[in-house]
Structures are given as C-alpha cells and as structure tokens.
Ligand binder design. Sequence first.
Ligand SMILES: Nc1ncnc2c1ncn2[C@@H]1O[C@H](COP(=O)(O)OP(=O)(O)O)[C@@H](O)[C@H]1O
Ligand SMILES: [Mg+2]
Length: 276
Amino acid sequence: MSNTESSDSLITTDVETGSDEHAVAPDRTAVAARDLNVYYGDEQAIDDVSMEIPENRVTALIGPSGCGKSTFLRCINRMNDMIDICRVEGDVEFGGKNVYDADVDPVALRRKIGMVFQKPNPFPKSIRDNVAYGLKIQGFDGDVDARVKESLKGAALWDEVKDQLDSSGLELSGGQQQRLCIARAIAPDPEVILMDEPTSALDPVAASKIEDLIDDLAEEYTVIIVTHNMQQAARISDRTAVFLTGGRLVEYDDTTKIFEDPEEQRVEDYITGKFG
Ligand SMILES: Nc1ncnc2c1ncn2[C@@H]1O[C@H](COP(=O)(O)OP(=O)(O)O)[C@@H](O)[C@H]1O
Ligand SMILES: [Mg+2]
C-alpha cells in the first residue's frame, strides 16, 4: 500500500479487506512524531518529541514510571482523545498524513493502528466473538470465521482454542487472554500494533510466549511496545527510545547501540540501574 492510499483510507468509510499484501522495503517510516507536546491540564507529559518509527520493526519505548511512555503511545492512535484534560500539540504522521488533521476519523485510524494493553481485557463474550468484534464494527463482509482463524493463528493461540471457540474468552489463562487480545487487534488487518507493557501482568512463561509472538508479528506489522523491563526491550526490539523524566526523548537508536554504547550518560545510568 502506498502512503497516499494509507492516508486516504483514514478519511473514507471504505472497508479494506486485507488485500494489501505490500512488500515492504526495510526501514520505511511507519509513524513519525514531529514536535509533539502533550499536556494534562497545566502539566506537560511529553516535551517536544520528534522521532521516526520504522515499518516492520519492533520499537521499544523505555524509561522510568511517569516519564510519558503511555502518553506518547496513546498519541499515535489518538487514544488520548478520550481523556478530557489531555491536549496534544504537534504532528503524528502516519501514511503521510497527520493523524490530528480535522478530517481524520479516529475510529478508522484505530483499525489501522491497533492497541494491546497491560491487563488482558477480553470482552465477556466467546473467543470467536472477541476476535470478530472489530470486524463487525467495520462492516467486514468477508468470511468472518476464516479471519477469526487466521487471527488466532497469527496470535499463536489457534491450536489451544480451536475446539472451544464458543466458550468465554474470560475462561482462558492470563497469557491466553493476552494472546486473544492480540488476535482481536490484528483481525481488522492493521498496519501498526501498539502495546503498553503487554507482559507485565503475566507469569514468565506466558510473557516469554508473547515475546516470541512479538518477534513474529513484526514480519507483518510495525510493533511499538512500551516496557519497563529493560531485558525485554533488549531481547525483542530493533530500535529503542529512552524517555526520561518530564516526557523528554533522551536517546533513540538501534537497540544494541542503546544497551551497549549509549551516547548519553543519563541513559547509561538508567539502563545500568542507577535510577528509575
Ligand atoms: N489521565 C491522566 N490525567 C492526568 N495526568 C496524567 C494522565 N495520564 C498520565 N498523566 C501524567 O502524565 C505523566 C506521564 O504519564 P504516563 O504517560 O502514564 O507515563 P508512563 O507510561 O511512562 O509511566 C505522569 O506525570 C502522569 O501522572
Ligand atoms: Mg505507562
């Protein structure tokens, strides 16, 4: 899909059915923040952040609690719109379009940029309906069962649930619930998946399955993940952005560079555990 098509699709109500099998050249930009400032009332949570996030890579956002990681992530698909006192200045470009332009439909945007949260939050519905949920909203007229299967496979959950698609998503284990939420996020065939500490409520085995899955997801999607677990960022990400207090992006580079030879002393202090 070209940039133009991508941005057009944000402002039309046309439904895409997942035929965009675009071969992606490495390191095209998926999302770019430009001079982004975010405030909650008078409190500034993001301070003039600019960064380009590459397509089909895993980009990790790390930094101490309260430094603005979740706020930044929520800017990308306009989830901050739902917080009354939150004010966003600057641009977030996606597919060559500023997602804050007046003609962008946030619901269409969130189909393209899905989200997975810290606590698995399946709906009190069947496994099938959890995954099909987003398809129904977008008026998907393809084969729902086939898409449900494909999405559960994509989330590495199919083999575990294929015989119980009608049982409640809430009956699954925590790790399975989180993979169900990932299946729900990928069902509408997004381009970007945002994850906000997706493993921090899970046991180590379940967390490790999600980490493996994230690696696979990056073949098809751009993954942007907030984690406070630095080992996790080092293991799974290609690029790492380090935010420090006050919502400032202090360093952003290849993950190996950040962890082995950061430019900034403050980043070295943070990743070696001197604070945070
Ligand atoms: N809904 C909100 N209302 C008011 N202030 C908020 C809200 N969400 C976050 N903040 C504030 O914004 C700053 C950044 O928070 P957050 O983005 O959640 O950081 P992180 O995810 O890095 O822990 C913090 O000072 C936090 O208290
Ligand atoms: Mg957070």
